[in-house]
Design a protein around this ligand. Structure first.
Ligand code: APR
Length: 174
């Protein structure tokens, strides 16, 4: 597949990722996988208590890795929990760890036969990763495997963040 076709499989939207009717939503979790604030809190709240019960048995998740659970009460069949890096200025391996988080989430989705997947802007909230470099890593990682998906959605939580993704996709896709 050429770059143009791969780009055609990417989408950006703004809204609550827990409401998306996709095969899998990706959660920006922490190493404990036991929930938190931000999108992690929203996903746990919407998925219901069974998610936490299962999460307790998973033994956590190292930064850059991903774990899959059912979506429980979410419209999405699967939740892929990944842990992005905390931003510490960019010299502590953050870019590589963020790229691994995206790549491992996408690989886990492929292993599950996922065709449509939605990502939040991993690490750009509480973890403080600068939005534009994070979006570039997200879009570059998605383009590597876009041919194997029907749709890869970047679900942002503000118009400003949506504009960042649209700008990055414009740069990488035209
Ligand atoms: N839908 C989509 N995106 C959301 C939602 C939502 N319901 N809620 C928040 N976001 C966005 C934030 O605006 C931000 O752009 O998700 C992005 C990621 O921000 P965080 O949720 O803060 O995640 P992160 O920066 O990776 O920090 C992870 O925060 O919530 C805790 O337990 C989590 O410790 C972990 C840390």
């Amino acid at each position: 597949m050429n770059r143009k076709d791969a780009c055609s499989r990417l989408s950006v939207c703004t809204g609550d990722i827990t409401r998306l009717e996709v095969d899998a939503v990706v959660n920006a979790a922490n190493n404990s996988l036991l929930g938190g604030g931000g999108v992690d809190g929203a996903i746990h709240k919407a998925a219901g208590p069974e998610l936490l019960d299962l999460a307790r048995t998973l033994g956590g998740c190292p930064t850059g890795e991903a774990r899959v659970t059912p979506g429980f009460r979410l419209p999405a069949r699967w939740i892929i929990h990944t842990v992005g890096p905390v931003w510490r200025g960019g010299t502590q391996g953050e870019p590589e760890l963020l790229r691994r988080a995206y790549r491992n989430s996408l690989q886990l989705a492929l292993d599950k036969g996922v065709r449509t997947i939605a990502f939040p802007a991993i690490s750009t909230g509480v973890y403080g990763y600068p939005k534009v470099p994070a979006a570039r890593i997200a879009v570059e990682s998605a383009l590597e495997v876009a041919a194997q998906f029907e749709r890869i959605l970047f679900c942002t939580y503000s118009e400003r963040d949506e504009a960042v993704y649209r700008q990055v996709i414009e740069e990488l896709c035209t």
